[in-house]
Design a protein around this ligand. Structure first.
Ligand code: C2E
Ligand code: CA
Ligand code: CA
Length: 510
């Protein structure tokens, strides 16, 4: 489909059209650049705003830093540089931030921004950051986030540079359009000996974005494979149409919209109470993300899947952590036994930064580790070694680990054998098979089998999707103490949850 569409488009294109399309791509890159610039300026504003020297790097200031970093989608981390300029005094990387090597200065702008194109730290694993400083504010942008905008084709160069000079930033490839004799210093496109290049000057920021396609290489490889010498304009048109198709599809896709929504208030959390069925009291809550897209709620099943496919679950989970930290810290301090459960995806389990994120969460909220549960699914455990290692690290931190949607995949049993989890959540699909007759005799054999399995592994059990009194009664008769479901309460805002749990506590004491 994509190919046919691309071919149809390509067939009617000459070089002019190809150039127009390249210009569109450069404009798209510029939109992202302008976003990065705006976010950087806002982050610097937050880092510097309203702090007295004695508040510098204190708890309140750290919270402000954390909020700044997590509300700005392109900003990986923010921090403050020590007075002697040698290291970070504090940052949202936490203690590992001390270890960051800034590298050499790549460019200083006339208005005082300093760019370090490759800041690294051995503790930050495979990440490579562009560090932008102004005064003592430090802003980190993940280089892969910035240049993952278009598909990763190694022979395409793209990037941006400042109008006032300096090297190519946030880019990949070796092309710098300014070195071509065809470069005119304004938005334009040209074909020189080696590349088709489109350059786009921003009207709102100090950046210029560009994209460059290697003409000769595309021509040669297509000619070889088809044994035809196709007109170069056609080849360029075709190549660009394919790239543009995927680029645009990406730009209009759900994940792209989600990415834009993530830092905004259209993304928020709901909390579904987890109930001790023997007393009716709240013992905890599961944090579930909500997305209000122009007045319509998008189903989490849809947008989480889209985020997984687009590889942006890291951003989603980071947003979850900051929203939950913001929502719940007070409640957890007042109710020390209460736990909060967050869902992790496959990407979170294989990413080293998840541990950092969760320990940042604990230190920010000041809650005991055992009050934070993480829910993992078997589909989330892509390979047993990575999964087992992640669970081991979570448990070493003191978190509780729950296996979610147990029994819905293919690997449930082997997964339980490999991973030393604490809690099993029985999926709502199984709970709905509990049918209790008038005499209360009928039940669900599969639920009984799952309960027996959990008991023999000494796991706590939470039944999910409990909708009827009969299901609750059946579960309790079989020794299941904790339940979650519409019978007890739907997912709700934090303030509704607090009200709900307080009135439940009053009722159970009465
Ligand atoms: P899940 O983790 O299995 O979450 C439980 C889902 O069951 C929630 O759907 C909840 O609203 C729904 N539910 C709870 N009680 C009942 C009930 O009695 N009856 C029925 N029919 N449904 C009930 P929701 O909020 O639509 O979320 C769907 C899935 O999206 C979640 O399934 C989870 O896999 C994913 N998800 C939601 N928020 C997040 C998040 O912040 N991070 C990640 N990684 N995944 C999330
Ligand atoms: Ca869950
Ligand atoms: Ca579940």
């Amino acid at each position: 489909m994509a190919l046919i569409a691309a071919l149809q488009v390509a067939n009617v294109q000459g070089e002019d059209n190809a150039r127009t399309r390249a210009e569109d791509i450069a404009d798209g890159i510029l939109l992202v650049m302008d976003d990065i610039v705006r976010q950087t300026e806002r982050a610097i504003f937050y880092v510097n705003s309203d702090i007295t020297p004695s508040e510098r790097c204190g708890q309140k200031h750290q919270e402000a830093l954390y909020r700044a970093a997590s509300s700005l989608s392109y900003i990986e981390a923010v921090g403050l540089i020590s007075h002697d300029g040698s290291h970070l005094q504090c940052s949202t990387f936490g203690p590992v931030g001390d270890e960051i090597k800034f590298g050499d200065v790549d460019y200083t702008t006339p208005d005082g921004y300093v760019f370090y194109k490759h800041a690294t730290s051995k503790f930050l694993f495979d990440n490579d950051y562009t560090l932008i400083t102004k005064g003592d504010a430090a802003i980190f942008i993940n280089n892969t986030t910035a240049n993952g905008i278009l598909s990763h084709r190694s022979d395409i160069s793209l990037g941006a540079y400042r109008k006032d000079g300096g090297p190519v930033m946030f880019g990949r490839g070796t092309v710098d359009p300014r070195t071509s004799e065809k470069y005119v210093g304004e938005s334009s496109s040209y074909v020189d000996a080696h590349h088709l290049v489109a350059v786009s000057y921003s009207t709102s920021s100090s950046y210029v974005a560009f994209v460059a396609f290697p003409v000769a290489r595309v021509a040669r490889s297509v000619a070889r494979s088809t044994r035809l010498i196709l007109p170069i304009a056609f080849i360029i048109g075709f190549t660009i149409a394919v790239i543009l198709y995927f680029g645009l599809r990406r730009a209009t896709s759900l994940s792209f919209a989600l990415r834009r929504a993530l830092p905004t208030k259209n993304i928020f959390m709901n909390y579904q109470p987890m109930i001790d069925m023997t007393t009716g009291e709240c013992v905890g809550a599961e944090a579930l993300m909500r997305w209000n897209d122009n007045g319509k709620l998008v189903s989490p099943d849809r947008f989480i899947e889209a985020a997984e496919n687009a590889g942006i679950m890291g951003l989603v989970t980071r947003r979850v952590a900051s929203l939950v930290a913001w929502d719940i810290a007070d409640h957890l301090r007042k109710n020390p036994g209460f736990h909060i459960s967050i869902n992790l995806s496959a990407a979170d389990l294989s990413s080293k930064s998840t541990i950092q994120l969760l320990s940042g969460f604990l230190s920010l909220t000041g809650i005991p580790a055992a009050c934070l549960w993480v829910e993992i699914t078997e589909t989330g455990v892509l390979d047993a070694t990575t999964g087992a290692e992640a669970v081991r690290l979570f448990k070493a931190m003191g978190l509780k680990v729950a296996v979610d949607d147990f029994g819905t995949g293919y690997a449930s049993l082997s997964m339980l054998g490999d991973l030393k989890v604490d809690i099993m959540k029985i999926d709502k699909k199984f709970i709905s098979t509990i049918i209790t007759g008038d005499d209360g005799e009928e039940g669900s054999e599969i639920v009984c089998a799952i309960i027996n399995l959990a008991n023999s592994l000494k796991l706590d059990i939470v039944a999910e999707g409990v909708e009827t009194e009969a299901q609750a009664a059946f579960l309790m008769a079989h020794g299941v103490r904790y339940g979650q479901g519409w019978l007890f309460g739907k997912p709700k805002s934090m303030s509704e949850l607090e009200y709900f749990c307080e009135s439940n506590a009053r009722k159970s004491k009465a």
